[in-house]
Each structure stands twice: as C-alpha cells, then as structure tokens.
Unconditional design. Structure first.
Length: 334
C-alpha cells in the first residue's frame, strides 16, 4: 500500500509513521524537510511547503496514493486547498481533526463520535470544526474523506500536558527536578485521558485502506482515565522526585493569560472519558497498551539519551513563577 503523510514528523504523526513502515507500507512524507531526525528508515520524502498549493502540486507530480493522512490542516481555507490537491489523487483522505471540537461545556462526561461539535472558548477547536464541515461537504460530493479526532497525545520527545512550554517541553521536567512548584488547573481531580503516540498509531494505521471508513469519524485515545494530579505526579515519579503541585482555578489562570483560558475552558478543564468502541469495531486489533506511568519513564529516558534536547524556555518558567506568586498573594490576602 502506498501511503502519504502530510507532516509525518510531529508528536502525533511520528508514531504512525514508524508503525506504517514497520507494517511494510510504502510510506511517503510531504513536509518542509526540517525535522529529519523523526523520519523513520524506509520512508521517502517529498519536500514542499504545504501552504503553497503550486509548490505542493509540483512536488507531488504524478504520484497517486492508496491513502493520505493530513496532520497539518488547521483552518477551513487549508481544507479547501487539501481537497483540491488530493481530489483524484487518493482513494482515502484522513483528516486529523481534534477531540477538542466536542461541545464545551460537556453535557455528559462520556464522549462518543455522536457528541455534538461546539466550542465557544477555543479558536483552534472552532477551526477544526469548520474544517470538518468543509470535508463533510466534499464527502457528499464523492471525496473519500475520513475524520480522526485525537485528544491529548504525547511522544517520547514531547511531554504534552495542560500547562507546559510548547517550544521546549523539557521545561516542565526541569522544574520538577529543581523542586519548583507546578501549576495544576482546578483542584487536580478532573478526569483526563492522555495517549502515547505509539498507541494512537495502532488506530489510525489500522484504518488505512479500509473503504468502510469513508465518511466516518473516529476518536482514538487510551482507555486509561487519570486525574490531572495523577498525570503530574506520574511525571515526577518517572524523574525520581515528588512533584510539588499548586492548584489554581482555571478562571484565575485564564484571567492571567487568555491563551490558557481558551485551552483550559475549551478542553483540559473538563472531565472527559472517551468511548472507543467505534474505532475498535473498525480496527479489531486496536488496544492501547502503554500506561502513562510507563510512558512518562520512556519520555525521561529519551531526554537522558538526547541531552541536547534538554532546553529550557525561561520566559514560560518566569510566567509560571509570576502566576504562582500572584495566586498565593491573593490567597494570603483573603
């Protein structure tokens, strides 16, 4: 099977790329060629800026694919472009949407693919919803679209949490090692699901080439449900330290920085549990096997092997310190 990943070297896509090659698929990656360290052996590259339609079309040339997974379409204009580029070029186009698109606030903690899509807090989620609408219109006209909604997915090289530096993810681990306080939104007891990229890969690679998936939507997550306190404490244990957690209301964090308000109230502050029965029906072998406690250890081990990646974002560190100081000042005043 000849498969194209648009992207292919990011947190979510790197695990899927590795598994696709392992399964013997003929894998091509379309990206700018700037993250060569995450390209698995055996994959072939097409170099282009996906935001430039003419450049992308030239790079694709006469290639046709059995399946395409688009990891880097975020806004409806990009979806329109993707449909133009891949119409007549693939038998299956899988769009990576987001589970943050599900309605917030939630009316029920258990999410299925039938949960309404609505998010009044987060532009990122709203744009994914608009992309899905564009794709649905194309599917009705015969385009072979599939929608996949991952939730919080992490990799060995990027420990994603509700609050961490996006550019320098080791910053959170460094804070813990230095005994600094770690901000946890809310009381730390809301439920969440965090999935390793290698487990997510089993679901999405399992969908490749399945004609019954056309027109369907799936979320793909772990079945392990944790509180945010458990997530942060597991990272601390993986580092060999006890994480010093400070609980701050999401509204307070959002008032301090509106960017956090969007992602917290629009996603991470909600208790969520995902019903994965649909992806298991379509991919019977799908089963997440990596508990987060073990995944956190893998992440720590990866950074120990790659010390050059232990970079720190001092601006984010300072922001967390200032947020904690402001909160504790207000708390003492009360």
């Amino acid at each position: 099977m000849k498969v194209l990943f648009v992207g292919g070297t990011g947190i979510i896509s790197s695990g899927a790329a590795a598994l696709a090659v392992e399964k013997g698929y003929q894998l091509w990656l379309l990206n700018r060629g700037t993250r060569l360290e995450h390209i698995p052996d055996g994959a072939k590259s097409l170099i282009a800026d996906y935001r430039n339609e003419e450049e992308t079309t030239q790079a694709l040339g006469d290639h046709r694919f059995d399946a395409v997974i688009d990891f880097i379409t975020y806004v409806p204009e990009q979806m329109e472009q993707a449909i133009r580029i891949f119409s007549g070029r693939t038998e299956q186009y899988i769009f990576i949407s987001s589970a943050s698109a599900y309605e917030k606030p939630l009316k029920h903690y258990l999410l299925t693919e039938e949960t309404p899509l609505y998010n009044d807090y987060w532009p990122y989620a709203n744009n994914k919803i608009l992309c899905e609408k564009k794709l649905r219109q194309a599917i009705e006209a015969g385009f072979p679209g599939v929608i996949v909604r991952p939730s919080l997915t992490y990799s060995d090289f990027n420990m994603l949490t509700a609050l961490n530096s996006r550019k320098h993810p080791y910053t959170l681990l460094d804070r813990m090692l230095k005994g600094k306080k770690i901000v946890v939104h809310g009381d730390g007891l809301s439920l969440w699901v965090i999935t390793h990229t290698s487990d997510f890969a089993k679901g999405i690679v399992g969908l490749l080439g399945n004609p019954a998936s056309i027109g369907e939507a799936f979320h793909i997550t772990s079945d392990e449900v944790l509180t945010w306190d458990e997530i942060y404490r597991a990272i601390g244990r993986a580092l060999g330290v006890e994480a010093k957690l400070v609980h701050i209301a999401s509204d307070f964090i959002g008032a301090y920085n509106p960017i956090y308000r969007a992602s917290l109230l629009g996603d991470h502050a909600n208790s969520v549990v995902f019903d994965n029965s649909k992806i298991k029906r379509f991919v019977p072998d799908f089963h997440c096997t990596l508990p987060f406690a073990e995944g956190a250890k893998q992440c720590v081990a990866w950074f120990d092997v790659h010390p050059e990646k232990k970079t720190i974002e001092h601006e984010w560190n300072n922001e967390m310190d200032q947020l904690i100081d402001l909160y504790e000042e207000r708390l003492n005043f009360c």
